[in-house]
Design a protein around this ligand. Sequence first.
Ligand code: PLP
Ligand code: ZN
Length: 498
Amino acid sequence: MPDQSRITLKCVKCGKVYPWSFSVQCADCNNALIDIDYDLSKARIGREGPMMERYFDFLPLTRREFMIDGGEGNTPCVHSRELGKALGFSNLYSKMETANPTRTTKDRQGTMAVAALRDLGISRFITSSTGNSCTSLARIVSRFPDMHMSIFVGDEFLKRVNWVDAPNVDVYWLKNGTFVEAHQAARWWSNKTGDSSERGFFFFGKREALKIAYMEAVEQVPKPIEYYVQGISSAMGVYSTWKASYQMKEIGLVERIPGMICVQEETCNPMVRGWERGQEQMSPEDVIRYPRGLSKSTLRGDPSMVFTYVRHAVADSGGTMLTASQDDMREMKKLAMDTEGMDICHTAAMTLAGIRTLLKQGWLKPDAVLLLNMTGADRVGAAHAMPKFVVERDEVDEWRVTPFEGGSVEGALDRVERVLVESQKLPGDVELDTETWLLGKGLALDSVALLEFSLALEKEFEFEVTEEELNYENFRTVGSVADLFRSKMADHALKRNG
Ligand SMILES: Cc1ncc(COP(=O)(O)O)c(C=O)c1O
Ligand SMILES: [Zn+2]
């Protein structure tokens, strides 16, 4: 029997209580968040065992039989003395979420979301992601043959879907599309098929698991945690951690609510822009329409639906939001490795860039007790899933879905990179990213080299590059060139069909 007595689903705006169901937004309140509260009067944290068992009393499940042990959680939390010294901090603690099975904190989310969906009786769902969350979800879904998951992924992100050969996980590949378009196509497919979308931030099953990293750390850090620092996308981790700190306070395990410090990258910082504006809502001007960045897991350009909730949590906690520069992120990723042998992704490196800036500004003191969530590491060289379907623009029905017939999985970005290496005779092992600058800094191509590159691109893609298009905006970085050709291909597909 489901036991709903300890869980309340409640609209944060009007307070309307919903029964245990996949209700995530309040229909009466313009889709306000339906949050989850727990009766903690009998709550306790288990001393050992899998994450979901230890923290069952704090997680959204009505029946123990739906608990899943995916081997996630119980990650180390280390006092990073050398790294701290290099940055000027004496109490820097790193929660090593990289120790999770697929190397990111999203593994907590993978198990929790699947367990909650099963408890709710939902067996089919659709997701889109830049790699981490869908890899974590696919890993758990593959254990349950009665479930089915469809992943929509933009061209360059296929290689970040690192769960392979699951018969009940289908990958829909936008071979010439960005992850923003993958998100749009996923929504379209959900409307068409009736399969649920997993709803990201709004789904308590996804949100609630992330707080457990902090809850574990409360017992691992020998001093009261003063600040929680995270690289954010929609800031599910921060929001649920903030809630968790009140839950820990309620059961007497913490006295103070840590300040929530959120860091975003300079090329994709919509939340920070909203924060600096100082209002309840983000302005449309804060939205980043075509985000790119080194931090692949935080490329959400439009978090306006969730901004209010996150802003409230950060403000209530006495925290802040700030931007990290790409140069700093590169430097911090290396510093973490050089000082502590810590292998982290650029998203996690943003936390270090953020605290260094806050120390310089005098916002943080050198002896502040900081918990940095090292949310992930790159899965370098891991095998990736193959597409089951290819999704392309279509004039008649928005998108066209066709079976993947095998062959190359080179996306638009890969092709641009290959042409760049060949036309400029770059060494085969050169590290290229969407963020590699072609002009000014980075590769610093001169006008002759640029012309050669554009001619080679014309040949590869069979599109002309006009004189006006050969400008600084289009050719600034590898990623901007890929976007130029994606848009050319989309225009062409629309004309052809229309
Ligand atoms: C490694 C990593 N760090 C941070 C984040 C951002 O998490 P949040 O949803 O809390 O903004 C993600 C999201 O996918 C991630 O994969
Ligand atoms: Zn409501």
